[in-house]
Design a protein around this ligand. Sequence first.
Ligand SMILES: Cc1ncc(COP(=O)(O)O)c(C=O)c1O
Length: 476
Amino acid sequence: MTLPAHGRPADEILDELTALRARDLPTHGGKLFAYVYDPAVPGLDDLALRAHGLAASTNGLDPTAFPSLLHMENAIVAAAADLLGGDDTTVGNVTSGGTESVLLAVKAARDGRPEVSAPRMVLPSSAHPAFAKAGAYLRVALDVVPIDPVTLRVDPDAMARAIGPETVLVVASAPAYPHGIVDPVPAIAAAAAARDVRCHVDACFGGWILPFWRGLGVDGEPFALDVPGVTSISVDLHKYAYCPKGVSVLLHRTAQLRAPQYFGYAGWPGYGVVNATVASTRAGGPIAAAWATLQRVGRDGYRALAATTLEATRGLHEAIRAVPGLAPLLAAPESSVVGFRSDDQGVDVFVVADALARQGWHVQPQMSFGGIPRTAHLTVTAAVAPHVPAFAHALRDAVEAARAVGPVLSPFPQLEPAALTPEVVAQLAAAVGLDLSAGGPTDGTAAINAVLDAAPVPVREKLLTAVLDLLQRPAP
Ligand SMILES: Cc1ncc(COP(=O)(O)O)c(C=O)c1O
């Protein structure tokens, strides 16, 4: 499958792409509870695509060459700052996604303390892996504070105790992705400020919906720049701002705090390089698409979408509560995540997920970890609201089907990392129905998840990376 010898007709290419896309999970319609965010607003996709197209050939490498991008970036940052408690000292940038916002927050924190030779960050175990990735890329060690396996919450006193002389950053989430819990930001930020350490709030997931929920009467502590001690905050526009993928915002309380985020270089015979973000050549399309989406939806539109999502979230929570054998993760949802675990040994969450998938509903299985059992995660978006009764029905059926099947156990409970050669991993994959040549599972994911679940964390990581390595091979 190499480059075609001769160019192909456009229609043929688009037909092929359409056929390829038909094998993907459904991005619209509210039946996929992870990866995608669907507002079900007529015409919004078209507007975003046209805006994307208008800017697709620009390059954010040099904002003085393409002032349209600088204008749109500053407008997006101003909107985010307005929503997230910023004031006239707030500055920020548009990044390509939550992970990049987190990487840059960690870089700014690390490089803001050049006297610390072995920098560390303190974070709850529920914080997004983007922080672990930033730590690995930037050599910032992690001090992970476990969340309580029953309440799923982090103890702010334990966070405070974990801060040491080498801590350059303390992290809180609003909310943390796995269970949708909003960390106690005021207490965590106060502890960080007391030690003169930066505090980043990861509101990548919740930053564009929680402010509206607060206005709709959902209680919760403040979590944004209005909280003393919070020095930076991230919010993904490709989540609850319902923009096409590739846009997040990182805000800093002051320009001085942002300064170490920049990279400038003039020590070569080429053009002067100055980057606020990881990429140098920077796609203008996602920035224009996001700008257009924010302009189109507006504050009242986002408030209405947040209200619809709130109604859907409460409906899904009640649907879970009503099914014998399942338990919702929280007494009441505090963000737009709902989740469930099994409270019946005969009902395996991974099997329930497969049974739901067979009915067209896709929840996200989560491995057991730190005393927390297997769970299923549902990211709720506005598009699901009209379909809550249908989901409730499907969930009831799925649990009955899962009870009939019984739990799935790993046929390989004891795997040694050193034994996991590519050949062994390929055999394991085949044994649990993962078709590496077709690029996915042939009949559900319960067996695959059971193998991962039974393995210790380092083995899980090795298996995941080994499978991806086998999938990412040049097409034959
Ligand atoms: C809380 C949180 N932080 C960071 C991220 C990473 O965002 P991205 O996948 O855009 O890199 C996510 C993604 O789900 C998230 O939920």
